[in-house]
Design a protein around this ligand. Structure first.
Ligand code: OOG
Ligand code: NI
Length: 265
């Protein structure tokens, strides 16, 4: 496992921009070349012991991250936790896991079959959380997963890596309002996730979020290549709590819609 937070996120970012070419250009568009503070990154997995949320979380708790919030997504059959670092300029980490037993016997069999293909040591390797997929899968299996859970299909095809980074709008020198960030993105031709409206949340819940729809990448399946949704870019504006400090949690109703940024359109 990594021992240096900056090295870990630098490596995750390099993997992420391979999967999300638009992120590099958007980074330039919003930051105008200046460094950007990441509000958070997110990871996805299955709740199978070998790869569950806590297995992923160890890569962060071992370098000082602390579990701070729990979230439940009844309809999508997911749970999630968020983690914070004592240094508030380090990204928060949002990790979710699919409740595999809540799905059909077919999906459960498929997912178990994928996880069985993994080396036992893979999950503790330094690079695990930006190592991608550790198994073979064919296109019919991907489509069958998709019919039950877009999330399951995404993890099965894309694997272990940041599914998004998130620009902290509060730290952008040239933007204040999320509306203006969204307009700049649309003017440049990017497609925003409109599920539940382009802006999720509000000043009242102390968090406003928007995101692009995921880029498409060519993925190698065992029976050929296909173009599928990869990863997306998110934008978050936080508001102060009564004590004047910025809210650091997530909003489940908003997160529920952000998950859909990797849906096939
Ligand atoms: C996570 C979706 C939730 C947020 O900021 O609320 C989220 C995911 O898509 O894996 O990122
Ligand atoms: Ni997010």
């Amino acid at each position: 496992m990594h021992t240096d937070v900056n090295a870990l996120f630098a490596a995750m970012w390099q993997d992420y921009i391979q999967m999300t070419p638009s992120a590099q250009a958007i980074h330039q568009l919003l930051g105008k070349g200046a460094p950007i503070i990441n509000d958070h990154i997110a990871l996805r997995t299955f709740n199978i012991a070998k790869v569950n949320l806590s297995v992923l979380a160890k890569h962060f708790t071992s370098i000082g991250y602390v579990a701070c919030g729990d979230y439940k997504f009844e309809q999508k059959k997911l749970v999630a936790k968020h983690f914070e670092h004592p240094d508030p300029t380090q990204p928060k980490v949002f990790i979710s896991e699919l409740l595999v037993e809540a799905f059909s016997p077919e999906l459960q069999q498929t997912v178990k079959g994928l996880i069985e293909q993994m080396d036992d040591q893979a999950t503790t390797a330094d690079n695990f959380i930006y190592s991608g997929r550790h198994w073979q899968i064919d296109q019919a299996t991907y489509k069958a997963l998709m019919a039950e859970s877009e999330y399951a299909a995404w993890v099965a095809a894309i694997g272990y890596r940041a599914n998004h980074f998130t620009v902290s709008i509060n730290d952008l020198p040239e933007f204040e309002r999320i509306e203006d960030v969204n307009q700049a993105l649309k003017d440049a031709g990017y497609v925003l996730n409109a599920s539940g409206g382009e802006i999720k949340g509000s000043p009242e819940v102390l968090l406003e979020q928007s995101s692009t729809m995921a880029d498409k990448v060519t993925v190698q399946f065992s029976d050929g290549e296909a173009e599928i949704p990869s990863c997306f870019y998110e934008f978050a504006r936080r508001y102060p709590m009564a004590d004047g400090k910025l809210y650091t949690g997530f909003v489940a109703a908003s997160a529920d819609k952000i998950f859909e940024s990797t849906n096939a359109m």
